[in-house]
Design a protein around this ligand. Sequence first.
Ligand code: ZN
Ligand code: ZN
Length: 305
Amino acid sequence: METPFSRPGRFWRGNLHTHSTLSDGHRTPEEVCRFYESAGYDFLALTDHFLAHYGWPLADTRPFRGEHFTTIIGAELHPAQDRMELGAPWHILAAGLPFDFAPSPLNETGPELARRALDAGAFVVAAHPQWHTTTDRDVAALGPIHALEIYNASCADDNDSADSAYMLDLLLARGHRLSVCATDDAHFVLNSRDRESGWTMVKSETLDPDSLLTALKAGDYYSSTGPVIHDLVIEPGQRLAIRCSPANRIFLLGGPAKYTVAGEQGITETEFDLSEWTSPWARVLVRDDAGRKAWTNPVWCDAAP
Ligand SMILES: [Zn+2]
Ligand SMILES: [Zn+2]
């Protein structure tokens, strides 16, 4: 089975969710881009809140691109009035928006806004589900979006709701085929670990925004808060093999209640027998001694090889 690791190219590190002074962030777009470039990132999506009271900002980060650093144009989208099932506002992350993406009309719903972003060519993500008590009905209503945030670093210190793995597994069990992403959602708040904490590693032949976007939409990436995944081989019905940076647990997760684990101090590789794996999907989670995690996107065992 093809995985990001079997595709040509190399992995590029990027953060898909960030704010600047164009909305409620504390640094200018240039300062934010320079910060990530200096921190060794290959790309950044600056995703300010696309709202009337901020003047519908769609940050133009093109001046900050260089030979070794690029940007994806994006925003965090919110309908003006529509709310999610339990009353919180929609937060829909969109990377890869055109500059003429129109402001949300007053009566636009969250699902309609997500659809418009998809139609405009964006990689669309349900942001921080746990933080806003997003329900599985909410995420399902967004239609064929690409992913949900399984980790949002801003939430870690702001409201202790960084991890939305439960929402992912619930949706997978209901048959929704979603990727995941880890993001910073950086606002550059003092005394917060809202930067350099959650990122994606995208497999692409070039560091070109369009190539990165194509890879993201295809799920050709993994996400991390620390561990590195070096290789992943999947032979459905036979075996799954993984190599990674030193960890203490490597989990193979399916559902419901379907899992297997390899646990050993400093473990850097393992192989799982898939001959009796009955879950329609599988995803791998690597966890290191510090509790940091790396997530592969779920693979569906019935997918074409
Ligand atoms: Zn948000
Ligand atoms: Zn945000």
